[in-house]
Design a protein around this ligand. Structure first.
Ligand code: PEP
Ligand code: CO
Length: 498
């Protein structure tokens, strides 16, 4: 790759840089990281890439979610299990239509699913095991009259509001690695020991649903899912791996490039991967690209990294780093992105035009999406790139209450998702999934949802260290509603094809 090396980003201008006043400590932390083993394998990365290719082609969904800022303290059994279970439940809700539309159940069942229909697997990506570093609008803040650096995430400084604890501490980079490794280890161990086994009864947590009609709808869906699983078991469809356990991939914002570089390794490209050689049919692979090379550079800190909205400058350090790694990557795009810049960015990070290599994570806000998304979709269609389109309905919908508490309204989140779906559909494009900030805990950070959380109630359990997250009930409710939108659209498509 022309001029790219794992450290070529250091010659480019960088945003959100961290300045350490202990250069020796930094070198020793990075030296240690370079000796530690990869957290994920190239085979896993290749599998995710293949799955995301299917999402780009409209054959699968992607559900990505987790905390805005993960803390080292979240590395404990209960919190990891709660988050993993929530993602599993949500993904099950998103695929529930499969069984019904395929004709296993549902009275007047059709025997085939529609071409755009709900018969799609869900790719799960957690914002976990490394989602520590946060970009900040302001590097400094004043707390009780004292000016100090802002909290930038547990891998940089610590939250308590004193100038001392807010000093960037390089040893936190090594701690970040070990907390990621421990979290990942527990996720892997629980999944392989049956945490995801859908034969065991699921606690769907319906107690919170206060509206009887919604409660009834939820209960119907849950019983349909359970019936479908029983049916599969009876006919032996689930005896293969698939229902007993599932894959959950890890992701974080690739903000701290020193950290990412230290865990980037030149490794053999898995031979079983179909992703490396398959490209957009209208853009045959250029000579001299990765097909003939047995090795590629992999960021091994997570399966999937994304570039944040604040660090995606075309000539900047983050884009330079990202253009050289073989992982699937995400790019956040908001109102400040022009269609022309978007295409140039895609050309830089994905010159070979691998399908699904890039996930465009759009985050405009419910009031702005209609103004920006159509232009972005049109430019991408015109360019011939085929990315995954994912809607992040969180980051464009943050607002403050009159008393200054950062929150998000469930109705805005839902509205941005619904509009995204409709805009993509009208443009002949596929909305492949959603990117959410959520937690498995019963927090009170976002307003609304069936439980009717109000601004006054926010103080009860407001525990985020960064952006407000959906609690477990709001997240599950959102999954039901979004699954419903997809089903409605599929049904409309089916009617149109009769
Ligand atoms: C985030 O995902 O937490 C984030 C900071 O997003 P964005 O880059 O879209 O602002
Ligand atoms: Co956030």
């Amino acid at each position: 790759m022309d001029g790219w090396t794992p450290d070529s980003w250091t010659s480019k201008p960088i945003k959100q840089d961290v300045v350490y006043d202990d250069p020796q400590g930094l070198q020793s932390a990075l030296g240690k990281l370079r000796t530690l083993p990869p957290l994920v394998t190239t085979q896993e990365i290749a599998n995710l890439k293949k799955n995301l290719r299917n999402v780009a082609l409209g054959k699968a969904f992607v559900l990505q979610g987790g905390d805005c800022a993960e803390l080292f303290d979240y590395c404990n059994q209960d919190m990891i299990e709660a988050k993993v279970k929530l993602l599993l439940q949500m993904s099950l809700v998103l695929i529930w239509g499969t069984f019904i539309q395929c004709g296993y159940f549902g009275g007047s069942a059709r025997l085939t699913s529609s071409s755009t229909g709900a018969n799609r697997p869900v790719v799960r990506i957690a914002r976990i095991a490394g989602q520590f570093a946060k970009p900040r609008s302001n590097p400094m803040e004043v707390v009780d009259g004292v000016e100090m650096p802002s909290f930038r995430g547990d891998n940089i400084n610590s939250f308590p509001a004193t100038p001392e604890s807010r000093k960037p501490d390089p040893s936190r980079l090594v701690s970040a690695y070990f907390h990621s490794a421990t979290t990942l280890n527990y996720m892997r161990a629980s999944l392989s020991s049956g945490l995801a086994d859908l034969h065991s009864p699921l606690d769907w947590g319906l107690g919170h649903v206060i509206t009887p009609s919604i409660k009834e709808k939820y209960e119907r869906i849950v019983s349909q899912v359970k019936d479908s699983l029983r049916f599969m078991q009876t006919v032996g469809i689930d005896t293969d791996r698939g229902v007993e356990t599932v894959d959950i991939y890890t992701s974080h914002e690739g903000l701290l490039l020193e950290y990412e570089q230290s865990l980037t390794r030149l490794l053999k490209t898995p031979t079983t991967s179909s992703t490396i050689t398959e490209h957009h049919p209208t853009h045959p692979i250029a000579t001299g690209t990765t097909t003939s090379q047995p090795k590629s550079h992999y960021a091994t800190s997570a399966h999937f990294l994304w570039i944040g909205d604040r660090t995606r400058q075309l000539d900047g350090a983050h884009v330079e780093f990202f253009r050289g790694i073989a992982n699937p990557i995400g790019i956040k795009i908001g109102p400040s992105m022009t269609p022309d810049e978007l295409i140039r960015l895609l050309d830089v990070v994905n010159p070979a035009r691998e399908i699904g290599k890039v996930t465009l994570i759009s985050r405009y806000g419910a009031g702005k999406i209609a103004q920006y998304l159509p232009g972005h979709i049109a430019a991408v269609q015109e360019s011939g790139h085929l990315p995954v389109w994912q809607c992040d309905p969180m980051h464009g919908n943050t607002q403050s209450t009159p008393s200054g508490v950062k929150t998000r309204h469930f109705s805005d989140i839902l509205s941005e998702l619904k509009q995204a779906l409709e805009i993509h559909r009208a443009a002949g494009s596929f909305l492949g999934g959603m990117h959410l900030e959520l937690t498995g805990e019963a927090v009170t950070e976002c307003v609304g949802g069936a439980a009717g959380l109000t601004e006054e109630g926010l103080g009860e359990r407001y525990t985020t260290f960064c952006d407000p997250r959906l609690n477990e009930k709001q997240a599950l409710e959102l999954a039901f509603l979004v699954a419903g939108f997809y089903r409605e659209m599929d049904e409309m498509d089916d009617l149109n094809t009769i």
